[in-house]
Ligand binder design. Sequence first.
Ligand code: DC
Length: 236
Amino acid sequence: MQSTAVPIITIDGPGGVGKGTTAHLLAKRLNWHILDSGAIYRVVAFVAEKSKISIEDCEGLLKQIANLDLNFATDSEGEMRVLLKGKDISVQIREPQIGSAASQLSVYPTIRAALLDCQRQFAKLPGLVADGRDMGTVVFPEAQLKIFLDAAPEARARRRYKQLIAQGRNVTLDDVFAQILERDERDRTRAVSPLKPAEDALIIDTTNLSVNEVFTEVVLQWDKRLREFEKKQGES
Ligand code: DC
């Protein structure tokens, strides 16, 4: 770890694994910035839907990305809001069809490349917690701590289902499970930046862990990393 670099912790993993919750808790604890990279892919899918651009029309999508007037803000309750041309679209981008479209358009290398800069700009002092699929492998390979959360698809489907029901959505567990499997397959098998742990990532299976247990483990790992760094500094 270089003392001048922005410290970065990456949290990657499949949908419904608890990345978002863990990343938020961690960013709050450390008072760091947060990047929800999935939200950026979702915004592109949202713009495509609104502009009636097919998610297979790469050129059309790239033009939209070049003119994306996108901002992230924190509201009075500390929740992150996604603003497109100043309009809050945080709720709309969470619609299941937008998630599915985001997964489909994220297979295109040119789209991934066009979104790299936008994601890297989040790396600012005092530090960044970055949540996504390829944070540790592609976007921030220099991150000081890389976490990969995983869990059985049944457990992830149950978590997602509970979230959606709490939001008042009319879904069945079977449908959510099928969507999770479909999304996993696409995210893990795409040619560019597939969902996979970085070689130096710490893999945590969250199937039987509570949110608090996962958070505590990540904090422990970060403290351990800091102590190792301080020890190295002391030796040099
Ligand atoms: O994390 P999420 O469900 O909001 O992400 C939506 C989709 O965006 C996901 O299925 C794949 C894509 N995505 C990606 O390809 N790379 C990322 N770093 C984050 C999300």
